[in-house]
Design a protein around this ligand. Structure first.
Ligand code: E4P
Length: 217
């Protein structure tokens, strides 16, 4: 499973990249606004740092506007993926952009049939939001299992990005279901490293190392 970082914070991106586990980045208008920085400045830094796909979101509501913004965003880098909301106008834009060779990521997916529509329109990626479904007592991971099955049944090549991830269990379940990608916030990725027995083991090894005579380091 590929790991994407769900952020527009360049420091977080650099940190995860330095760990050797960063496969891509997803952003949205909320994440960009949190940086408090100019859009193009932020995006250029992200594109310089990241080799994998970087999703940048359109804000128009009509297909014409989305395509125009999508083309502009795609000009910024070869690895730009244009994020388009799951609407009929959005699907028109997906079809047109994909025909031009611009990859798209259909966002705000909350049902398996929305994912089916996005795949049929030719989207490169779909982003089902598990956390926001869980927040309203839905079953986020059930959605991922159903999309996985549908894409398998019909051999769609559209990749599933598990999005709106809140905690490590979402990451674990995404991997068990066989999602292609999990996009998680920095705080969740940091938690994946943690295990009390790892910390305890390091402590013990260091204490025992002190007892070793004539150490080379
Ligand atoms: C996905 O691409 C979105 O940027 C993101 O995962 C939304 O997460 P949220 O529900 O935590 O805002």
């Amino acid at each position: 499973m590929k790991f994407f970082l769900d952020t527009a914070d360049i420091e977080q991106i650099r940190t995860v990249n330095s760990w050797g586990i960063l496969d891509g980045v997803t952003t949205n208008p909320t994440l960009v606004s949190k940086t408090g920085r100019p859009f193009l400045e932020v995006v250029k830094e992200i594109l310089e740092e990241v080799d994998g796909p970087v999703s940048l979101e359109t804000v128009s509501l009509d297909a014409e506007g989305m395509v125009k913004e999508g083309r502009q965003l795609a000009e910024l880098g070869e690895n730009v993926v244009v994020k388009i909301p799951m609407t009929p106008e959005g699907m028109k834009a997906v079809k047109l952009l994909e025909e031009e060779g611009i990859p798209t990521n259909v966002t705000l997916i909350f049902s398996p049939t929305q994912a089916l529509i996005a795949a049929k329109a030719g989207a490169s990626y779909v982003s089902p939001f598990v956390g926001r479904l869980d927040d309203i007592s839905g079953e986020g991971m059930k959605l991922i299992r159903e999309i996985r099955e549908i894409f398998f049944n019909y051999e769609f090549t559209t990749e599933i990005i598990v999005a709106s991830v809140r905690h490590p269990m979402h990451v674990l379940e995404a991997a068990l279901v066989g999602a292609d990608i999990c996009t998680a916030p920095f705080s969740t990725i940091e938690k994946l490293f943690k295990h009390p027995l790892t910390d305890k083991g390091i402590d013990t090894f260091l204490k025992d190392w002190e007892k070793v005579p004539d150490k080379p380091f």
